[in-house]
Design a protein around this ligand. Structure first.
Ligand code: PGA
Length: 256
């Protein structure tokens, strides 16, 4: 069986209660048809998980932008996986470049968070990707490999059924600069080869590897047309339901 396309809308630190609910309602409408063939997930800010969960309808799934490693206790400001699940979240992001580079998360912490998300029964979208400096130094695959190995440490082959890898070159996030389909494909193929090495060919063939970084309605089809690109993680364009809907429609057309 082929890989089901996946499109996530990472709302980051945007929206307020009313606009979040309105966006969720509009996303449900704009993706109504295509979401039969695509796993569509929105990742609102923590405080809006509940109202957004009520507004997204039966087909769009709810995700959290982050999760903490521990189940409960004295961790001021943090949110556990069980709390997220209790709010209806079925997915969580780990290792987003803004958490790595703005909030200073290490590879080790990303690995611990990934294990916590999986142990808590959620699907984990693990984000990896190189900075511009690293790309220019020819280190793209090395960085992706280091981050992926650390994030997946202790994750079994069975656990991989609930892992999606998001390749997001840092220089392409929020910059309007998209990786060329060929460059993105090359990085995705290298990641898939790494999964074959870490697990086996079956896991490598079954795992969704999605691209993130300035994906829009206008460039989605070409990116998703690459053999190893199984969808996208969308930031800016996910705040516009019509644009996001066009991206999900482009993913629905992808046949593996
Ligand atoms: P962008 O963000 O689409 O605004 O570039 C992507 C992401 O950070 O997931």
């Amino acid at each position: 069986m082929g890989r089901k396309a996946f499109v996530g809308g990472n709302w980051k630190m945007n929206t307020q209660r009313e606009s979040a609910t309105a966006l969720a309602t509009a996303v449900a409408k704009a993706t109504e048809k295509a979401s039969r063939d695509v796993e569509v997930v929105v990742f609102p800010p923590f405080p809006y998980l509940l109202p957004v969960g009520d507004a997204i309808g039966p087909r769009v799934r709810l995700g959290a932008q982050d999760a903490y490693t521990e189940a409960s206790g004295a961790f001021t400001g943090e949110v556990s996986v069980a709390m997220l699940a209790d709010c209806g979240a079925t997915h969580a992001l780990t290792g987003h470049s803004e958490r790595r580079h703005v909030l200073g998360e290490s590879d080790t912490l990303v690995g611990a968070k990934t294990r916590a998300v999986l142990d808590g029964g959620l699907t984990c979208v693990v984000c990896v990707g190189e900075t511009l400096e690293q790309r220019e130094a020819g280190e793209t695959d090395t960085v992706n490999e280091r981050q992926t190995r650390a994030a997946l440490e202790g994750v079994s082959a069975e656990g991989m059924a609930r892992v999606v890898i998001a390749y997001e070159p840092v220089w392409a996030i929020g910059t309007g600069r998209t990786a060329s389909p060929a460059d993105a494909q090359q990085a995705h193929a290298a990641l898939r080869a790494l999964l074959a090495k870490l697990y086996d060919d079956k896991v490598a063939a079954a795992t969704r590897i999605i691209y993130g970084g300035s994906v829009k309605g206008a460039n989605a089809a070409e990116l998703f047309g690459q053999p190893d690109i199984d969808g996208g993680l969308i930031g800016g364009a996910s705040l516009d339901a019509e644009e996001f809907g066009a991206i999900v429609t482009a993913a629905a057309k992808k046949v593996h």
